[in-house]
Design a protein around this ligand. Sequence first.
Ligand SMILES: CC(C)(COP(=O)(O)OP(=O)(O)OC[C@H]1O[C@@H](n2cnc3c(N)ncnc32)[C@H](O)[C@@H]1OP(=O)(O)O)[C@@H](O)C(=O)NCCC(=O)NCCS
Length: 319
Amino acid sequence: MHARIAGVGGHLPGTPVSNDDLVRRGVDTTDAWIAARTGIRARHLAAPGDTASSLALEASRRALEAAGIKAAELDLIIVATTTPDVIFPSTACLLQGRLGNVGAMAFDVQAVCSGFLTALAIAGNFIRAGSHRKALVVGAEVFSRLLDWQDRATCVLFGDGAGAVVLEAADSPGILAAAAHADGSQHGILCVPGQISGGRVGGDPFLRMDGRAVFRFAVRVLADVANECCAAAGVPVSAIDWLIPHQANIRIIAATAEKLGLPMDKVVVTVDHHGNTSAASVPLALDAAVRDGRVRRGQKILLEGVGAGVAWGAVLLQF
Ligand SMILES: CC(C)(COP(=O)(O)OP(=O)(O)OC[C@H]1O[C@@H](n2cnc3c(N)ncnc32)[C@H](O)[C@@H]1OP(=O)(O)O)[C@@H](O)C(=O)NCCC(=O)NCCS
């Protein structure tokens, strides 16, 4: 039994907010600084009424339509998110209710920017084990809600969005290999340290980051986990048709591709359009490349990502 992607969908809320728009909104920055350091040109910001589940709903509808599968047929729904609608129930259950599905197993994965890869690996294992046949795997984030707009070193980097895939049991591949790791000793380099307790937010509720430490860590582990995943599947890195990395920073993406010996024309880059959308970034980039015809059936695709935890992972699949 294989677990194969049957359809992909994405959703970005509202209209793009350019780097110059941020300057007009009072952020002490420039388009030149942001573009040179990160490759980001624009991001999408959720409207006040948007939530992770409302963005997830749009992406999921598109993925289900592309797969030709009805929401009622799903027997597994996993949402990767760090910005759930509420503390509980899970965003996956809220999405399930919005989709009108009753009965599927539904739960969230919290692995921040590598959450979609973790969720995809989990869904793939359920399908290959034979317990489930049709899974919806979503990365959905309203990261703008965690941003300190006075902290120019972080607020320019992130955006909101959702991406989804429908994964189904199939006779042919499919997910070929998955790898995931974490190093909790590095939890302080990227975090939102606040907590809710006694009816109040305690501590600092905003995203905090040691950008240089994250950068160094990311480049090291992304190349390693890509090699690990390819070795596990017996697929040489040179045989990959597309590398679809977490869309955080073009310099991290380019440095990883260089370490892997992959030319940039084999790398899908969408970070310029939507910035870092955390768990949504990999499925959003996959969706863009499927819809514009770059990613085609039968091709070998390596998805990978890294983020807070620090947690990182990769999934190699035949599309
Ligand atoms: C965040 C990042 C772009 C910062 O780049 P950097 O080269 O490390 O820059 P620094 O933080 O050292 O700051 C350099 C200067 O730019 C300034 N600066 C920071 N943010 C700025 C902004 N938005 N606009 C203009 N200047 C800015 C700093 O104040 C500093 O000025 P100083 O030299 O006068 O003190 C880079 O570290 C990075 O991309 N890290 C990875 C982040 C990431 O992807 N995180 C998510 C992973 S899931």
